[in-house]
Ligand binder design. Structure first.
Ligand SMILES: [Zn+2]
Length: 169
């Protein structure tokens, strides 16, 4: 089922997610629906906040649904180490058509649970590292807007207000 992806400044996007404690069919269904919704929006990652649910769940697929081996589900994830820095363009399904450069670590290691509640660790570099950081930020109620320079942030906010006035946001 394709869920509605909420846009900035929907309050749920600023809300830290609750830890997930039940690893049941409902959680599995939510993850499936999030993958479907992310593919429909042509995104590489999606956090539960973006479908209006403040819980610590993320789905990622850098293949856009073409390679099932690249599907990643992170439950209750945290970044346990990071190194390097990259300044590259980033987008977000909650900010349609907004692309801005954001500084992120070049390499991170994530610790998370899978849909069965089993803990695992995964390394990410480049785009995957960026995705891990962007999505885990969502779980903490942090948007990529706040990772931009103050100047860029103001420009983006102004652009969104203009689109809102024109009913195009
Ligand atoms: Zn996002």
């Amino acid at each position: 089922m394709i869920l509605t992806i909420v846009k900035y400044p929907e309050p749920v996007l600023s809300q830290p997610g609750e830890p997930i404690t039940e690893f049941n069919a409902e959680l599995r269904k939510l993850a499936d629906d999030m993958f479907e919704s992310m593919y429909a929006g042509q995104g590489a990652g999606l956090a539960a906040q973006q479908v209006g649910i403040a819980k610590r769940l993320v789905v990622i697929d850098l293949s856009g649904g073409k390679d099932p081996a690249q599907k990643i589900v992170l439950v209750n994830p945290e970044i346990i180490s990071s190194e390097g820095k990259l300044y590259e363009t980033e987008g977000c399904l909650s900010f349609p058509d907004i692309m801005e450069k954001v500084v992120r670590a070049a390499k991170v290691r994530v610790r998370a649970q899978d849909l069965d509640g089993k803990w695992f660790e995964q390394d990410g570099e480049q785009l995957l590292a960026r995705c891990f950081q962007h999505e885990i930020d969502h779980l903490n109620g942090v948007l990529f807007l706040s990772r931009m320079s103050a100047l860029k942030r103001d420009l983006v906010k102004r652009k969104i207000r203009k689109l809102q006035r024109e009913n195009e946001w």
